[in-house]
Design a protein around this ligand. Sequence first.
Ligand SMILES: Nc1nc2c(ncn2[C@@H]2O[C@H](COP(=O)(O)OP(=O)(O)OP(=O)(O)O)[C@@H](O)[C@H]2O)c(=O)[nH]1
Length: 367
Amino acid sequence: MSAPTDLARADQLGFEQFVHSLAQHLRHTPFGWALVLGLSWGQAPLGPLLLWLGVFALVWLPSLWFIWRCGKRGPVLAQDRGVVYAVAALDGLGWGVVVWVLAGLSPVLDSWVLALLCGLAALSAVVYLTQLQAFRLYLGAMGLGLLACVLIRQVPDWRLAIAFGVFALLLLRLLQPVSARLEQGRLHEIGNESLAARLSDSLARKEVEAATDALTGLLNRRSLDALLQAGLSGPVPRQMALLMLDIDHFKQINDRHGHACGDAALRAFADRVRAQLRDGDHCARYGGEEFVVLLPGASRERAVEIAERLRLAVQGQPLLSQPLVDNTVSIGVSVVAPMDQPAHLLERADAALYRAKSEGRNRVCVA
Ligand SMILES: Nc1nc2c(ncn2[C@@H]2O[C@H](COP(=O)(O)OP(=O)(O)OP(=O)(O)O)[C@@H](O)[C@H]2O)c(=O)[nH]1
C-alpha cells in the first residue's frame, strides 16, 4: 500500500513525462500535415484543405508554445492539468475535422481518412500512456469531428465511423493495463528513492555518531586515532603538534555538585577549547576529563603558544557560573619526531602533562 504522498508524487511524475512527450508529439504535427497534403493532393479541393491547415496551425502554435513553456518551467499537475488536457482535446479535434475536408470525395479517400485517424491514434498512444484521461479526450475530440460529419453530411459511411469507434475503444482497453503497470513502476521508483534517501540519511547520522563523543560533540578517540594514523602514515611524517589537556581537580566538581554538573562542565570546557581553535585543527575527547588537540603544521613554539592561549581561556572565566565551577587546565605538548607512531606522540604528551600536574597544575609543559 503506497502512502498518499507517494501516490501524489507518482501522479506528478507521470504528468511531467506526459507534458514532455506531448511537446515532442506537437513538434511533429507539421509532418502529419505534410502527409495529408501529399496524399490528398489532386484528389481534394485545395481551398478547404488550406483553410483546415490554417485554422489548425492557429490553434497548434499557441498550444505548442504553452506546452513548451510548461515543460521548461516544470509542469505542475494541480495547476496545469486543465490547459494541458484542453491542448490534447484541441489537437484531437484538429485531426478529427480533416474528415470534413476529405470525406465523401471517393471511397478510397474515405478509407484513407479512417486509416489516417486510426494510425494517428495508435501513434499517439505512446504519448498518452501516463495520462489515459487526456487520451480519452483526444480520441473523443477526434471521433467528434468524424461523427459530426457522418451525422450532418452523411459521409463517410457509418461503418467507417463505427470502425474508428471500435478501434479507439480497443486501443484504450489495451493501454489500460500497460498504463497501470507504468504507474506501479513509478510508485516503486519513488519508494526506492525515498528508501535510499532515508538509508543515506541514517548512514550519515550513524557515521557522525561513530566519530563523535556523545557528551561534548567533539571527535572521539577512534577519530583521533584515525587522524593521527593518517598524519603519520606518509614516508615523511607531516609537521604536527599534539596537546593533551586535563582539567585540574575535576573530581571535586563531581564530588561537590554531582555528576550532571560535571557533565555540564565538560561540555563548557569543550566549547571553550573549540572556540580557540582554527579550522583544520582538531579537538577530541580522549577519555574522562582528558582532551587532545591536534595542530597540523604547527611547530613546537606555535604549539606552546596555542596551549598557553587555551590555558588562559580556561583560567580567565569560570566554566560554569551556576554553581560556580572555576577549574584550571594542565597541558602537555609534544611535536612529531622522525619515525613517530601515534602512540609515541601520545605518550610524550602524556608524560609532559604528568609533569605539568606534578609541578603544580595550571601550566603548559613540553615533552
Ligand atoms: N561528570 C563526569 N565525570 C567524569 C566523566 N569522565 C570521568 N569523570 C570523572 O573525572 C574524574 C577524574 O578524576 P581524577 O582522575 O582523580 O583527576 P582530577 O580530579 O581531575 O585531578 P587531577 O587530574 O590530578 O587534577 C573522576 O571523578 C571521574 O569520575 C564524565 O563523562 N562525566
